[in-house]
Design a protein around this ligand. Structure first.
Ligand code: MTE
Ligand code: MO
Length: 170
């Protein structure tokens, strides 16, 4: 009887240990996925660069506010973290002369064209990766990232782009 109880305790303790280990691994994998998330910059369809989260954050992280408006609901003011989208073009010295728009595309095939004048405005078009200090998550886990193109001065959010993977300047 006593041996049975000890055996049960050992089994339960192992289950708890293995589960804890698996959860920790899952969190690590998620973190890696977030950090390795890449974003592609194109000039007229030609790939110029591919950046990961660290490189993007290195361009100058900014906190900004924007109103998320989900269909059928009232807009919610959130605090986001990201870099101005134009910083990515500046970094690679892409010539903006004669260009008219930036086409942002997402993993779900969604694309948004943002007027170049709008992209060049101060404090408006961002490539965000955090909301209220938390990573944006991804399409699989019900999030909106890892990257989301946000037009902070828009009243509504229908021209934003969730799960953004590239920006092509045309
Ligand atoms: N990648 C992607 N971005 C998208 C969409 C989409 O379907 N896919 N929908 C747009 C629309 S219609 C709205 S209203 C906003 C807000 O979507 P959300 O409420 O899921 O955040 O995202 C915009 N960006
Ligand atoms: Mo929408």
């Amino acid at each position: 009887m006593k041996r049975k109880i000890i055996l049960m305790i050992v089994i339960l303790a192992s289950i708890v240990g293995v589960t804890a280990y698996m959860n920790r691994r899952a969190v690590e994998v998620k973190k890696e996925l977030q950090e390795n998330a890449e974003f592609v910059i194109k000039d007229n369809g030609r790939e110029i660069a591919k950046l990961n989260m660290k490189e993007i954050r290195g361009l100058g992280e900014i906190e900004f506010g924007a109103n998320l408006k989900t269909s059928g609901k009232e807009p919610i003011a959130y605090k986001y973290t990201g870099v101005p989208l134009k910083k990515l073009f500046e970094k690679f010295e892409i010539d903006l002369k004669g260009k008219s728009a930036v086409i942002v595309s997402a993993v779900d095939g969604y694309t948004v064209a943002v007027d170049i004048d709008k992209v060049l405005e101060e404090d408006n078009v961002y490539l965000a990766y955090m909301r209220e200090g938390e990573p944006l998550g991804n399409r699989e886990d019900g999030g909106k990232g890892p990257y989301q193109m946000i037009i902070s001065k828009d009243k509504f959010s229908q021209y934003w782009c969730k799960f953004a993977i590239e920006a092509d300047i045309k």
